[in-house]
Design a protein around this ligand. Structure first.
Ligand SMILES: Nc1nc2c(ncn2[C@@H]2O[C@H](COP(=O)(O)OP(=O)(O)OP(=O)(O)O)[C@@H](O)[C@H]2O)c(=O)[nH]1
Ligand SMILES: [Zn+2]
Length: 191
């Protein structure tokens, strides 16, 4: 696993002041976004946020990604911890395939059916870089911000203890209600 990593730099944002460190693996560039007091925290709050360009950058109402990212950055700036911006767009099928999946959803498929019809699993993400980042930042115990039980299982399986789960529940609207219901009913999300 060939990973290149950056130095640490300051990043002031409208959410607060952070320190950032980038990691490159297999042409994917990921970012650790740490609160200023990160080094002194015993058990950090952590959000592993999967990239969603349409949500995070454009404010798409089809998903809850931008709201979850904003909520997490606000929370981490205040309470102390880390957001890992995990560049596995579209549950790791990539942007082009996600747009094709959205086209199928325009025709009535749900988020899982669209992935399967394109020849992918419902979730193609892997968390190898997350394991590396936890090791690099010497993190052994965390409080994880998530609704996704599979993320909890994975992070437990790499030897990082989750002492508390913080829900990341945000607003429901007419565009994301079906998506959120599919995540809850068919993907096991705690919503
Ligand atoms: N393939 C595909 N990916 C999607 C779709 N909607 C959102 N995504 C991607 O799903 C990822 C976010 O996953 P979610 O299931 O919303 O949340 P999660 O990260 O599994 O769980 P939480 O920690 O609770 O947020 C991002 O990479 C999005 O780009 C979709 O309809 N199809
Ligand atoms: Zn999204």
């Amino acid at each position: 696993m060939n990973i290149i990593q950056s130095n640490i730099a300051n990043l002031p944002t409208k959410h607060g002041n952070f320190k950032i460190k980038a990691y490159t693996q297999d042409n994917q560039e990921h970012l650790a976004i740490m609160s200023e007091d990160f080094e002194n925290i015993q058990i950090p709050y952590v959000r592993v946020h999967s990239e969603c360009l349409t949500g995070d950058a454009l404010g798409s109402l089809k998903c809850d990604c931008q709201n979850q990212l904003n909520l997490s950055l606000d929370f981490i700036a205040k309470e102390g911890g880390l957001v890992i911006y995990h560049r596995q767009e579209g549950r790791n099928i990539g942007l082009l395939n996600k747009v094709n999946a959205y086209c199928l959803q325009d025709k009535g498929r749900n988020t899982i059916e669209a992935n399967l019809e394109l020849g992918f699993k419902e979730d193609e993400r892997n968390y190898k870089i997350v394991k590396h980042i936890f090791n690099d930042l010497n993190i052994k115990k965390i409080k994880l911000i998530t609704n996704n039980p599979h993320k909890i299982d994975y992070i437990n399986s790499i030897g990082v203890e989750i002492v508390e789960r913080i829900p990341a529940v945000t607003e429901v609207n007419e565009h994301n209600i079906d998506y959120l219901n599919t995540k809850k009913d068919q993907m096991g999300h705690m919503l």
